[in-house]
Design a protein around this ligand. Structure first.
Ligand code: ADP
Length: 399
């Protein structure tokens, strides 16, 4: 047996948050009322009230005018969320009785203060937030080959689940074709608080992509171990908070990343995306069969680019039909557990256009043919019971 080094960081903060990031002294009723209001302002990345995060340093009333000055501590100097926080704080104080106006004054946390915040956020959490026992449902989205709409389906499912009120994270691990940031319309870079990474939030989805850490114009020539390390960092160093669902957009095929994802996310289940084209079914099924070796469940198959109905009623089935069902049947047979066809998303120009525009079709055109079907699939994933994920169900041997 080899010794496994313990990488788990010390997750007990040296000082309590209140000692290092003390709350403001409130001396007037207006200041106290403002503090209450600021309790409704969420940090855009961490998604918790700024008052709980030690970000409100001071609230000072000018008694003569009823004007408030709010001192806000940012995690880092170049915080991309600076304007959003200013707007949110100002808006929260609008209409506050007795307040004639508010000004936000920014300061930056010291290294010690950042460490205290990080300690508070990670305290009591295991290093791998998605290890055994996680309450999040984790779906790794795979396909046999590229170009079948895997990333498009992933982005839409994430946005639809977030719209339903679930806390959703998305890891774009499709190293050679990272397209998730574009599909969700974000060019934001994650904020770093020491080695902790705060993911940007797009359409309610916390998202990290390998593309956010790369030089956009340089081709990616990473080898397996580097990919594994990158994915590991996404799992351990990103502050995800309490997620209901984590989606992982895998590269097509059955490469290293798919295996790394299975190891790092032991409760993950696979979602297989395929086209209706029967000839492609075999290669898609192979991606699903990997689960036999990794011990993952296959949550289901999504058929994409299915027949579309034109305005004159003509049905256009560019890629034929039946591929999704073939993959579901084949996996059911090979894996000895029922793998359902979760839905069949038609070819839809609006879906393509909305993806290019950075707002998923489920939000921009929820009533379109593709939007309706994708929302239905998201709903079926949202209501699946948590407890079963990752557990091998007892199966009855076939005769
Ligand atoms: P993958 O992740 O499998 O490589 P993408 O999600 O990047 O595939 O999709 C490939 C292209 O196909 C994109 O331009 C996307 O907009 C388009 N596309 C995907 N699904 C559909 C669909 N149902 N109807 C029309 N275009 C689609």
């Amino acid at each position: 047996m080899t010794d496994t080094p313990d990488h788990s960081p010390d997750r007990t903060p040296d000082h309590t948050l209140d000692e290092t990031l003390p709350p403001p002294e409130l001396t007037t009723d207006l200041e106290r009322a403002a503090w209450e209001r600021l309790g409704t302002v969420l940090d855009p990345e961490i998604r918790r009230p700024v008052t709980e995060l030690g970000m409100v340093a001071s609230i000072t009333e000018d008694p003569a005018s009823g004007h408030l000055t709010i001192g806000v501590r940012l995690t880092i100097a170049g915080c991309p969320m600076r304007d959003t926080i200013t707007d949110d704080v100002t808006r929260a104080l609008e209409g506050l009785p007795g307040c004639s106006g508010a000004e936000v004054v920014m300061a930056v946390m010291t290294a010690e203060q950042r460490a205290a915040l990080k300690g508070m956020l990670t305290e009591g959490r295991p290093a791998n937030q998605f290890g055994e026992g996680t309450l999040a449902r984790v779906y790794a989205v795979a396909s046999g080959k590229g170009g079948v709409g895997k990333s498009t389906v992933t982005a839409n499912l994430a946005a639809a689940l977030a719209e339903r009120g679930l806390a959703v994270g998305l890891i774009d691990a499709d190293i050679h074709g990272f397209s998730i940031p574009g599909l969700l319309g974000t060019a934001a870079r994650p904020t770093r608080v020491d080695e902790m990474i705060l993911p940007p939030v797009a359409h309610g989805v916390k998202v990290v992509s390998i593309g956010m850490f790369l030089d956009a114009d340089r081709p990616v020539a990473w080898r397996g171990p580097m990919l594994h390390r990158a994915l590991e960092q996404f799992v351990t160093d990103v502050y995800w908070g309490d997620l209901d669902v984590l989606l992982v957009d895998l590269p097509p095929g059955t490469g290293d990343i798919a295996i790394s994802a299975a190891q790092l996310l032991p409760t993950s289940e696979l979602l297989i995306v395929t086209t209706p084209q029967q000839a492609a079914a075999q290669v898609a099924a192979r991606a699903g069969e990997l689960s036999g070796q990794t011990g993952q469940q296959v949550a289901g198959v999504v058929e994409n680019m299915a027949a579309m109905t034109l305005p004159d009623g003509t049905v256009l089935d560019l890629f034929g039909s039946g591929g999704g069902q073939i993959v579901a049947d084949r996996l059911t047979e090979r894996l000895d557990s029922t793998v359902p066809l979760l839905g069949s998303v038609p070819l839809d120009q609006e879906l393509r256009q909305d993806g290019d525009g950075g707002t998923p079709v489920v939000l921009e055109h929820p009533g379109s043919a593709a939007g309706t079907e994708l929302r239905r699939i998201a709903e079926s994933l949202a209501v699946r019971p948590r407890g079963l994920s990752g557990l091998k169900l007892p199966v009855t041997p076939r005769d």
